[in-house]
Design a protein. Structure first.
Length: 141
């Protein structure tokens, strides 16, 4: 593999990951009713701002996923497992750690109640949708 091929492959994986992350975010965003709280990450109590922030975060997560997933076997099992792991990792890192810390809710870090279980399901669905969107996108972009 030449440096040019590696660069094109990396660029394609990033693009496919970003688009897949945005698709996953749209599905996840329809499920969650916490967009105003996401907006508070940038000090705006607005569902519209929250949606924009959520899409930006999801594009970033998708880009990271794309870089990792491009190196995984292209099978349904590997894709599903990678999507589930991706969702769980970002649930722990984002919903259980970063979001409470960024909102000044330090007592909520690693607190798992009914809302957090619902969030986990949403993150797993996000991960699965992102993973299954990435496969065909990675072949096109």
């Amino acid at each position: 593999m030449t440096a040019l091929t590696a660069t094109k492959s990396t660029t394609s994986s990033l693009k496919a990951g970003i688009v897949a992350g945005l698709i996953g975010s749209l599905v996840f965003g329809m499920m969650m009713g916490m967009l105003p709280m996401v907006g508070m990450l940038v000090r705006a109590d607005s569902a519209i701002v929250g949606f924009i922030v959520h899409m930006g975060i999801s594009a970033t997560i998708g880009a990271i996923y794309g870089l990792v997933a491009a190196r995984l076997p292209q099978s349904y099992v590997a894709t599903a497992v990678a999507g589930i792991v991706n969702g769980i990792v970002w649930w722990v890192f984002g919903a259980l750690i970063l979001m409470p810390l960024m909102l000044g809710m330090t007592s909520m870090v690693f607190v798992i109640g009914q809302d957090q279980w619902f969030s986990l399901m949403g993150h797993i669905i996000f991960g699965l949708v992102t993973a299954f969107a990435f496969v065909p996108l990675s072949k096109r972009l």
